[in-house]
Design a protein around this ligand. Structure first.
Ligand code: 3PG
Length: 213
């Protein structure tokens, strides 16, 4: 667990990736590393997800996560493929309990205080806040974090270079997630230079946010 937490916390960015062609995995991993990131959340929204995780995870420098995990079976597939953490869009007791049994860290999605408390009850202290912008963005997150001093959040949904710094300025924000660095159209077009550029831009913003803190 600690290595996963360290790698994600160091970059404070979690690119959300939808891979349709497993052959994109290796150049994607190279672009992320060249841009300065060591992690990606590969979503189970395509049939290529497990194979993409398997290929990305071959590179020991990368800590690969599985996203949009909705079932226990997907947890098993993700872990077998080499996923080191699991992200879910909402809070599923079944999925969270299964992750604990299997021993893989899970960042479940929450949108309300009730769901934060479900995560606390499950022994978790880091959750995804989804969909961040649509729920009220930084103002909502600030209000939601106030009662829970020890909970860390990964806001995702509607985040881009334009508002990233506002989220990262909140001490309770562990990392910010989103698809803007690896936009699906860029990946489909094989625009790995552009993915590297957007990743490097985000890394620079995250570093600036850290030094401003
Ligand atoms: C997710 O799966 O976490 C979101 O779809 C990512 O949201 P974004 O596309 O608005 O960044």
């Amino acid at each position: 667990m600690s290595n996963v937490l360290e790698v994600v916390a160091a970059g404070r960015l979690m690119p959300v990736v939808v891979v349709r062609d497993p052959a994109h995995a290796e150049p994607l991993g190279a672009a992320l590393l060249a841009g300065g990131l060591r992690t990606a959340e590969v979503t189970f929204r395509t049939d290529a997800a497990a194979e993409a995780i398997r290929r990305l995870a071959q590179d020991e420098r990368l800590v690969v996560g599985a996203g949009t995990v909705l079932t226990r079976e997907q947890v098993d597939q993700a872990v077998a493929a080499g996923a080191r953490y699991v992200v879910t869009p909402g809070f599923s007791v079944k999925v969270v309990e299964h992750c604990a049994q299997v021993g893989v860290p899970v960042f479940p999605g929450v949108a309300t205080a009730t769901e934060v408390q479900m995560a606390l009850d499950a022994g978790l202290s880091t959750v995804k806040f989804f969909p961040a912008e649509q729920l009220g963005g930084v103002a909502m997150l600030k209000a939601l974090t106030a009662p829970y001093g020890k909970v860390r959040f990964i806001p995702t949904g509607g985040i881009s270079a334009a508002n990233l710094a506002d989220y990262l300025a909140l001490p309770a924000v562990y990392a910010a997630g989103g698809s803007w660095m690896v936009a699906p159209d860029l990946l489909a077009a094989g625009a790995f230079d552009e993915i590297e550029r957007l990743t490097a831009d985000a890394v620079a913003l995250a570093l600036a946010a850290a030094s401003a803190a």
